[in-house]
Ligand binder design. Structure first.
Ligand code: AHG
Ligand code: MN
Ligand code: MN
Ligand code: MN
Length: 330
């Protein structure tokens, strides 16, 4: 028997595991991801390929699909009455919905893996749902500066050979694949689990000369393989879309890292805490993996800025422990 996302959420409402407002938020996000997926699958036919000719607050050039996905998620999620506001990688400041006393806030990386759009490689949408503290203005950054540990839900939708939605609201991690003919996300994995041990790692090795000494040590030990201190061979995979690299880690284990490096003393890493690191770390912990900034658990970091960046080390627990111990030793 197949179970749709809607049926799955309804079952959890009845069990008292999720409140109807949060379920509505998740269902609405999924419906909008379905629309993005349709555009992605059409590519040049839907005029979504190429640069938008604009830049974002991150200092990046925006692709057409970055802007289209952002607008679609903003417009498509505003109506539920369950969200007081939304924040996005592509917006300087949050967007208030007008429902000032609504219980939740939605944060998203509307399109992750921008450099892979034009070359037909997996990309995705990453999202985080935070509680909205009554009294805090949802149009101001401060309302969103909440630790990842306090997320009400998090997830992503990967647009690959299949479109798959992966989410958690604190009861494990479930995956739903889009049945395009029926316009429905169907449960394909009820409890994703990251094995503690792995032989696969994921890092942009072109930055090697900039890494700090503990990361240099860790990767050189993996490269030494069976003959080195780790006593086993490791394989490497780097897609260049965090969403796809983390999906692989959630599916079969592995360690993914985008470390801080010595070029950017004022910029601790490339990835964004609120739109990328927090939601992915929540999923990874729910799937029995670990996620740190090489020093402490990402979910315990108190955000100070909406567009804050962070060093990311996540995935199979044994490897995350090794990397973290190299950084905290001495
Ligand atoms: P985005 O496309 O949302 O700006 O994020 C891109 C990020 C992330 O998806 C990926 O892990 C990383 O950038 C890739 O960086 P490299 O270009 O160094 O491979
Ligand atoms: Mn970007
Ligand atoms: Mn991203
Ligand atoms: Mn993005």
């Amino acid at each position: 028997m197949t179970l749709s996302l809607k049926a799955h959420l309804t079952g959890h409402i009845r069990a008292g595991n999720i409140d109807p407002a949060l379920a509505l938020v998740l269902e609405t996000v999924a419906a909008n991801c379905l629309r993005i997926s349709t555009l992605v699958s059409k590519g040049a036919l839907a005029a979504i390929i190429g640069s938008a000719g604009t830049g974002n607050v991150q200092g990046e050039e925006q692709k057409k699909l970055d802007v289209i996905s952002n607008d679609l998620l903003l417009g498509g999620n505003a109506w539920t009455g369950a969200l007081a506001g939304m924040a996005s990688e592509e917006l300087d400041h949050p967007h208030a919905t007008g429902f000032d006393d609504a219980p939740y806030l939605l944060l998203f990386d509307p399109l992750d893996g921008s450099s892979n759009i034009d070359v037909n490689v997996s990309i995705g949408t990453i999202f985080s749902v935070l509680p909205h503290k009554t009294g805090l203005n949802p149009a101001l950054d401060e309302a969103y500066l909440i630790k990842g540990r306090d997320q009400a839900a998090a997830g992503y939708c990967v647009y690959g050979p299949q479109t798959t939605l992966v989410l958690s609201f604190g009861h494990g991690v479930q995956a739903f694949t889009l049945d395009r003919e029926n316009g429905e996300f169907v449960l394909v994995e009820a409890a994703m689990r990251i094995p503690a041990a792995t032989k696969e790692y994921s890092i942009n090795a072109s930055n090697q000369r900039h890494w700090e000494p503990p990361m240099q040590r860790y990767i050189s030990e993996l490269l030494a393989g069976k003959e080195g201190p780790r006593g086993k061979d490791f394989n490497m995979r780097w897609i260049g879309s965090m969403v796809a690299d983390v999906h692989r880690v959630l599916t079969r284990g592995g360690i993914f890292t985008y470390p801080r490096d010595r070029r950017e003393a004022d910029k601790p890493g490339k990835l964004r805490l609120m739109y990328e690191a927090n939601p992915m770390s929540y999923l990874v912990e729910q799937a029995h993996g670990k996620a740190t900034n090489a020093l402490e658990n990402i979910l315990d970091i108190q955000p100070t800025k909406l567009h804050q960046r962070v060093s990311v080390v996540l995935g199979s627990a044994e490897e995350v422990d090794v990397v973290t111990s190299y950084h905290t030793a001495g």
